[in-house]
Design a protein around this ligand. Sequence first.
Ligand code: C2G
Length: 129
Amino acid sequence: MRIITFGTFDVFHVGHVNILERAKLHGSHLIVGVSSDQLNMSKKQRYPVYAENDRTHIIRSLRCVDEVFLEESLELKAEYIKHYNADILIMGDDWEGKFDHLKDLCEVIYLPRTPSVSTTEIIEIVKTH
Ligand code: C2G
């Protein structure tokens, strides 16, 4: 089974590694679409802390990850799923229901997020230290 997942993975943390490792358990090949800097700018009105080349480099270095590409637009999920021949789309449950329209293309699974860790919170902690 070929698994695909998406994310910014900015200021990489244990919640990110948990979802990638758990996603990999559903198949044999894990493909990760890393959101581009430009996509983040349009989505969150700010650039990520780590630039896209560094974020893709980190994700590519993980043992559980087989393939990495840059996600240029949120609207291209169907195209990415077809292009990479994915059987299952896996996302954290903060996206619950958001990708159900892709169920005619592949299986869609939402996994529970790791509690109490987020990039926003890490940035706040670092700021106040
Ligand atoms: N995640 C998690 N637990 C956390 C934090 C994040 O399981 N404590 C998961 C999210 O649910 C997501 C993945 O890690 O599946 C990446 O999270 P983000 O980098 O926050 O991704 P996001 O900015 O939501 O980008 O096309 C969709 C977007 O690219 C997703």
